[in-house]
Design a protein around this ligand. Sequence first.
Ligand code: SF4
Ligand code: SF4
Length: 538
Amino acid sequence: MSVTLVGNRTPSGTAPERANGISPSVADPVPGAPVNPSGVRQYPDQAVNKGRKPKLYKGREPIYPRRVHGRFRTLKWIIMAVTLTIYYVAPWVRFDRGPYAPDQAILVDLANRRFFFFWVEIWPQEFFYVAGLLIMAGIGLFLVTSAVGRAWCGYACPQTVWTDLFIWIERLVIGDRNARIKLDNSPFSARKARLKITVHTIWLLIAVATGGAWIFYFADAPTLATQFIRGEAPATAYITVAILTFTTYTLGGLMREQVCTYMCPWPRIQAAMMDEHSLTVTYNDWRGEPRSRHAKRMEREGKVVGDCIDCNACVAVCPTGIDIRDGQQLPCITCALCIDACDEVMEKVGKPRGLISYTTLSDYAANAARAATEGVEAAKAGQVLPGWREVMRPRVFLYFGLWSAIGIGMVIAVLARDRLDLSVAHDRNPRFVQLSDGEVRNGYTVKIMNMEPEPREFDFGIEGLPGGLMWSPNIVDEPARRFAVPVGPDQVREFRVFVKADPKDLDSETTPFNFRTYEIGGRENSEFDAVFDAPPRR
Ligand code: SF4
Ligand code: SF4
């Protein structure tokens, strides 16, 4: 068995005091870190929620997550790098939409009430697309939870990502867990002040950058950045950055796991969505118990011991400060860092990985039953691990089907939607005017909406009104059945139209007809059902 000794054995270091707040000499000092009798480092941490009587309000106990290496930590680094890069860089990506539209790839243009996402442009009346995206995001969370448990919380939630980033800054400036505990427990000194000020300054800079990146989604980023630096940006920009700086710094730097444990509703919702086939980070107590820090001696004495050497490495790396060996808990964000930590320990003591693993309740029960009947070694050799069957479940298919159907429907709707809209309002009073030559005139207010970022010309006319002619002040004075209307890029053109007809040509007092408009040189057209009113027949 290959064993790595870290520092000297210091039995006092194995005391189960809470690491946070204990003296540095006891809390795994460096050098001279305590060593578990099994030969790996012993972490004197205790879960923050262990052995405490419930109180109405309890002050936060600081948590000092230790650095860990492993596949899930690597995955978290990759996801952090990708999500943060997208967030900070996206507003600076340019996308050419021609000379009449902004060239920012992602832009919420509040002034002109438009949302641009690469080649897609959403107008206010098309807001249902945004609602569709929000519904997809909601169903997507259900889908992810059903397939891979609380993966969102552990890997991609902004609270997790920014907290991880802030802990990384702490680690870079002060050092790993022991150095941070030591610094916090040391008396005030110039070094302590310098390190703390450095950490909080970097946190604040990140928080300002986070708020700054957000406002760039709402205006041309290069222009707003210049205005912002010169003090010429709108007040709302400064207020927004101030609010987001405060929230990022407070939530990611100071409150951290408390947001997940006490403030966020999502863990409660997810807990209700989990079933016995949901993946969750699980301590396999059927092979870990009875845990012992003196496993070798106990084995020599012929006593039964489990694989857990009670080193507390899993507790020391946990960003929420809990002990996964106590079972599934709401504060567990399933970041799987305890899996990496325990796998590392298992390798050191020559035991198979997976004492803590992603497992479903049903697989856990199957493994535990096998351990009880066939023995722990047999169960370990044939340990049921999660596979595709956990993901390929009817519930997952249902969510995926729903999510895909909405997504496909939205894509088709976006591709097939008209970029031309015609609306007409009939004058309410008077409904008609009798002309001196006996004909009758009706007045209408017409709106032609050109939703393309380029100027277009439309052929506008009436259909279905016998003998009807129309004219429009400032466009065409001569009565005609149709005329051309130019409309600027991304604009709504509103104009008055007067339609006249001889009542003798009409069958009734109210004659239905259509206004129709065609794109000249294009394929789009739009029509509007209208009525022409005439006086009662005698
Ligand atoms: S579960 Fe693994 S990491 Fe946690 S105390 Fe036991 S051996 Fe150590
Ligand atoms: S118990 Fe493990 S999976 Fe849960 S939050 Fe802590 S380290 Fe992450």
